[in-house]
Design a protein around this ligand. Structure first.
Ligand code: 173
Length: 318
């Protein structure tokens, strides 16, 4: 009897050791499950779970139904979750300079070499209690989509749905910004609460916005940034082998950006086929728009983050 008890206890202890070696991280996305800006993160989760078998596992809880988009940054900071797929635009309340990441469109291979990744990682360590594991979509730009036709780049009299990404440029061209999470865009357009919205060139079909969109204004501007963050305590709790699984998968995830060239081309064609008309005001107007768009955004970042904004601008080189 006694020996059976001891053997049983030894077995339980062995099982506990084995399971302690495999760490499970809870993860959320700030974008709806299965949509454009969650999809590659979901592929990353699958890769980690297969490459990391027995070492590390990601328990993907899902999208905004789990944590509201503008609260995801804080959820990683406070370790309500261990990992998140989230754009800096959604945590500017905690890190004002996060609004500047969209102004750097250099490939991540270059940003990792020239010190940009390292600097942005330090900012995340300090202000968001997290590790800046990966940044996706450097080569995917944004647009302003409209339901009212304009004959020059002037948003006077228009209410445009924004996040921090588009706020300064919409205001600079005379529009009235209305901030909403992506989940509220469809209704805002359908009800005429908004006359247009900011969004990347890709992804408008995911939530049916093509049905409530008439025009896409040219030119494309800025660079999408959606980051994979890991709570810093969770990161520090991992061993070298576990971190290697995450780092290798992060580099692979950043490499998936190369697929976006073809995706963007297809998406523009699909928008045209859906009757969404491009509004193009020519080269000179586009250049003036871009110059102003970058300038007002940098000024805004530097005003709100005077210590770190100038360094981010220098690293972006624009
Ligand atoms: O428009 C948005 O909600 C937004 O800011 C964003 C940022 C990155 C990818 C997609 C949307």
């Amino acid at each position: 009897m006694r020996s059976i008890f001891i053997a049983g206890a030894a077995l339980i202890a062995a099982a506990a050791t084995a399971s302690a070696q495999e760490v499970t991280l809870r993860a959320v996305s700030s974008f709806a499950e299965g949509t454009e800006f969650s999809k590659n993160f979901e592929r990353f989760v699958e890769k980690v779970n297969s490459d990391g078998k027995g070492l590390i596992k990601i328990n993907y809880i899902g999208g905004p139904r789990a944590v509201p988009p503008f609260e995801v940054g804080n959820a990683v900071r406070t370790r309500v979750v261990d990992m998140a797929n989230v754009t800096g635009a959604f945590y500017t309340n905690l890190m004002p300079e996060a609004d500047g990441f969209k102004l750097n469109g250099k490939p991540m291979s270059e940003q990792r070499k020239n010190g940009t990744w390292d600097y942005i990682n330090q900012l995340h360590n300090q202000k968001l209690g997290s590790q800046y594991l990966a940044r996706q979509f450097h080569n995917v730009p944004f647009h302003i989509y409209l339901n009212k036709k304009i004959d020059k780049i002037d948003f006077s009299g228009l209410k445009i749905r924004v996040t921090p990404v588009y706020r300064d440029v919409v205001e600079a061209f005379g529009g009235t910004p209305i901030t909403t999470a992506p989940g509220e865009v469809y209704t805002a357009l359908e009800r005429g609460v908004a006359d247009g919205y900011g969004w990347p060139v890709t992804g408008i079909f995911d939530l049916g916005w093509d049905k409530v969109t008439k025009f896409r204004m040219e030119p494309p501007f800025y660079s999408v940034e959606v980051n994979v963050l890991v709570n810093l305590d969770a990161w520090k709790g991992l061993n070298d082998a576990q971190r290697k699984v995450l780092n290798d998968a992060a580099l692979w995830l950043e490499g998936l950006d190369s697929e976006k060239v073809a995706v963007i081309k297809a998406e523009r064609e699909r928008q045209a086929a859906a009757g969404i008309q491009a509004l193009d005001f020519g080269e000179a107007a586009s250049k003036a728009f871009l110059d102003r768009a970058y300038e007002v955004a940098w000024q805004s970042v530097i005003k709100r983050a005077p210590e770190t904004g100038p360094k981010l601008r220098q690293l972006a080189g624009n």
